[in-house]
Ligand binder design. Structure first.
Ligand SMILES: [Zn+2]
Length: 106
């Protein structure tokens, strides 16, 4: 069974830049160089993490070519014009004259 690469990294043996990174049966990443055919196994979580951190991960898997990418049409939303109401200032309060307390008593 052909294993799908999970990423690519430079081969530590021959420096081939696109050596494939695959997973072994334990889920640990290992390098399989397609150029010199060297295999570099990580065998534990520590080195597995290190290799996965270094590799260029394969993130896009194209399974069929019917996928078309269409740019979304720019949607122009009409901005409703808000009619501003004239702000009515309250009339200035009348200053109570000095007579006011006296007049109020009456
Ligand atoms: Zn190599």
């Amino acid at each position: 069974m052909k294993k799908t690469p999970i990423g690519h990294v430079a081969c530590p043996v021959c420096d081939f830049p696109d050596a494939q990174v695959k997973e072994d049966k334990n889920g640990h990443a290992y390098i399989h160089c397609g150029d010199c055919n060297a295999q570099t196994f990580t065998r534990n979580e520590f080195r597995n993490g290190k290799l996965r951190g270094r590799m260029r991960a394969v993130t896009v898997t194209v399974t069929d070519d019917t996928v078309t990418v269409t740019a979304p049409e720019p949607v122009l939303v009409p901005v409703p014009k808000v009619q501003e109401k004239p702000v009515l200032m309250p009339p200035p309060a009348k200053k109570a004259g000095w007579l006011q307390p006296i007049l109020a008593k009456g």
